[in-house]
Design a protein around this ligand. Structure first.
Ligand code: HEC
Length: 127
């Protein structure tokens, strides 16, 4: 019984961290995260180029792997993900864990604060 309670509280803490990281980001700080960790492979503006990775304009609300002008992996196309704050944070925390077989070669943003800032920035910069 004690163990069960322990496991449950770990789960609750885990969930609240996820919720916090998906909501309370700072977009200005997130731009720095994007510039240092994502910009080599992604553009965000309308009609931006797809380079190593897809252009991310309009990505929120869209199904994963559905953007035009880029050849996504089957893993991404079949992931069933629809991009919102929570899925964006989850994926970028651990791309290969969340979408096994993705061709996005990136370890993930492990810092919860940076991840929240990044999502806040992406929401602004991709619409
Ligand atoms: C080394 C290049 C590279 C880096 C760095 C990189 N990505 Fe990607 N990204 C890709 C590739 C390649 C894909 C396509 C994945 C696939 O089809 O499996 C992708 C896919 C994505 C997608 C899915 C887009 C869609 O329309 O479904 C998102 C969202 C994304 N990346 C966000 C990011 C963010 C945010 C960062 C920085 C934290 C980042 N990526 C860093 C190469 C990269």
């Amino acid at each position: 019984m004690k163990n069960w309670i322990g496991a449950a509280s770990v789960l609750v803490v885990g969930l609240s961290v996820t919720a916090a990281s998906a909501q309370s980001g700072n977009a200005a700080r997130g731009q720095r995260v994007f510039n240092t960790q994502c910009k080599a492979c992604h553009t965000l503006e309308k009609d931006g180029a797809s380079t190593a990775g897809p252009n991310l304009y309009g990505v929120f609300g869209r199904k994963a792997g559905a953007g035009a002008g880029y050849e996504f992996s089957d893993a991404m196309k079949n992931s069933g993900i629809v991009w919102d704050d929570a899925t964006m944070a989850d994926y970028n925390r651990d791309p290969k864990g969340k979408v096994p077989g993705t061709k996005m070669v990136f370890n993930g943003v492990k810092n919860a604060g940076q991840l929240a800032d990044l999502v806040a920035y992406l929401k602004e910069a991709t619409k």
